[in-house]
Design a protein around this ligand. Structure first.
Ligand code: AMP
Ligand code: ZN
Length: 111
């Protein structure tokens, strides 16, 4: 398993996932343990744990993903709104150390 990482394994097809979108820069899968009616993970193809470890080029990929998310919201069922979360490190209880963007929606979500 590359980088000893479950998301790299998903990218490499070693672990099954419910993939709903893919392009050259990232994939979107359904979270295996959803915390909202709709819970997606946007996963950049390059493996980094934290934003602050990324190269300028990979940060450009994050910008690209943030531009893509609104374009995809309708087909993801998120047209009524959604929450974006990135858990960074221990206090955020990051459990998969491959940076990913959570999208939560499909219902009203109290803070
Ligand atoms: P985080 O706490 O931000 O690191 O969140 C990791 C997320 O990945 C959690 O919401 C898990 O439910 C989810 N997750 C872990 N393994 C898988 C998997 N194999 N397929 C889909 N989602 C996963
Ligand atoms: Zn990885």
């Amino acid at each position: 398993m590359r980088n000893n990482c479950v998301f790299c394994a998903i990218m490499d097809g070693e672990i099954p996932s419910q993939k709903v979108y893919e392009d050259e820069k990232f994939i979107i899968i359904k979270d295996i343990n959803p915390k909202a009616k709709l819970h997606y993970l946007c996963i950049p193809k390059n493996h980094y744990k934290l934003l602050e470890q990324m190269t300028e080029e990979d940060l450009d990929n994050i910008r690209y993903i943030f531009k893509k998310i609104p374009e995809l919201k309708k087909e993801l069922g998120l047209e009524n709104g959604y929450r974006i979360i990135i858990n960074q490190g221990d206090d955020a209880i990051q459990t998969v150390f491959h940076l990913h963007i959570h999208l939560l929606g499909g219902e009203k979500l109290p803070v």
